[in-house]
Design a protein around this ligand. Structure first.
Ligand SMILES: Nc1ncnc2c1ncn2[C@@H]1O[C@H](COP(=O)(O)OP(=O)(O)OP(=O)(O)O)[C@@H](O)[C@H]1O
Ligand SMILES: [Mg+2]
Length: 355
């Protein structure tokens, strides 16, 4: 596994390991509690420009500053459009820096004690320049509050991992750190269908003590994902609820895609047939990026879909891979679990203090 920015030494026995699948629609965070059990935290990736909300005492809430500018992190404010995080520059953006600060502040331990494993799309995850740029972006100062502003702590060190590979690691390493013997000799295709990117990797495990093989020719990041289904659904719903088109924001439609219901002006509507239609259309656009890599890999013994798209497109995926589909028991947290378990049990840069 590729690692960058690992400084010498360790913070000490109290170093806190945190796996963060830093997605464009949500940050999935995994860390250990005092008993060593895994704790999962889902933090939505919504950030808007400006200081937007005040509490009853007139204090601004949810406000973070970076580069001297104010931002509000948290649920979108109806009248202000949140930043679009679904773009190639997300991992090195102001929005990412603020969302990371926001997510880590919710873990409940000092951020300065954290070793944090983060993800990148597989297409750039092994690119040293991209990792260095992301590390630099994560080092930017972030302040919280209004006046007086408080400089937030930075993580002690960062590790960069690849999306999808993280999910594979969650299958390979169990919560107690033991390696799953059932994967020995198998080629496993992991498909991470996120909001904006779909990452496919094929990983082969030759056996105990040997390095994992990432089949490079079968590794790709495609700029397709659940957001296509949201756009489709938005168009369908605008046609059905013409009078309410202004209320059909991206965030609201994304919610309807998951719940299959839509609340408009206090009234709840069943939109399941619209959701099914949107999912089918969207999947025809996502499918080529899956089949291009996986069908040509006759050697993929298992196909493991992860990410929110694995949940939403479960029927379409089962149809596409009738022979070798393997369902992950926590597709949404798969990457974050893998980053965390790798940090805890296998990260070479942390080996000295593992004992
Ligand atoms: N349990 C769930 N059931 C159904 N849909 C879900 C579930 N969890 C998340 N989703 C939806 O799936 C989409 C993708 O979620 P995911 O967290 O995988 O994206 P992401 O990692 O933030 O995006 P990317 O990897 O492209 O940066 C989201 O739009 C979300 O609304
Ligand atoms: Mg993702």
């Amino acid at each position: 596994m590729d690692v960058s920015n690992s400084s010498d030494g360790r913070h000490g026995d109290d170093e806190v390991l945190v796996g963060v699948d830093d997605g464009s629609s949500a940050f999935k965070v995994v860390y250990g509690d005092s008993n060593g059990n895994e704790v999962k935290l889902l933090v939505s990736a919504v950030v808007s420009g400006g200081a937007l909300e005040t509490d009853s005492a007139g204090r601004s809430v949810g406000v973070l500053f970076t580069d001297g500018e104010a931002f509000t992190v948290g649920p979108p404010v109806a009248s202000v459009a949140a930043f679009n995080t679904a773009n190639d520059g997300f991992h090195t953006s102001q929005a990412h820096r603020l969302l990371l600060a926001n997510a880590l502040s919710q873990v409940g331990v000092p951020v300065s004690k954290m070793a944090v494993g983060l993800g990148l799309p597989v297409g750039v995850a092994f690119d040293a320049a991209v990792k260095a740029q992301k590390t630099g972006n994560c080092a930017k100062d972030v302040y919280a509050g209004y006046e007086p502003r408080v400089l937030l702590e930075r993580p002690f060190r960062l590790f960069h991992y690849a999306q999808s590979v993280g999910a594979y690691l969650s299958l390979l390493i169990n919560p107690a750190g033991a390696e799953n013997p059932a994967l020995t000799g198998l080629s496993v295709a992991v498909v991470d269908i996120g909001s904006y990117t779909t990452d496919t990797v094929v990983v082969r495990n030759p056996g105990a003590g040997q390095s994992l093989i990432l089949v490079k020719s079968l590794t790709q990041s495609a700029p397709v994902g659940v957001s296509i289904a949201v756009d489709e659904l938005q168009a369908i719903l605008v046609a059905r609820f013409r009078e309410a088109h202004k209320a059909l924001t991206y965030e609201r439609v994304a919610g309807a895609l998951v719940t299959r219901t839509l609340k408009l002006f206090g009234k709840e509507h069943d939109v399941s047939s619209e959701v099914v239609a949107a999912l089918e259309t969207a999947f025809t656009r996502i499918k080529p990026s899956l089949t291009a890599t996986i069908e040509s890999a006759a050697s993929a013994d298992m196909v493991v879909p992860v990410g929110g798209g694995a949940v939403l497109f479960s029927e379409q995926l089962a149809r596409l891979f009738p022979q070798n589909l393997a369902v992950h028991d926590d597709p949404l947290f798969a990457n974050a679990l893998g980053y965390y378990r790798f940090l805890r049990f296998a990260e070479p840069a942390l080996a000295t203090s593992r004992g």
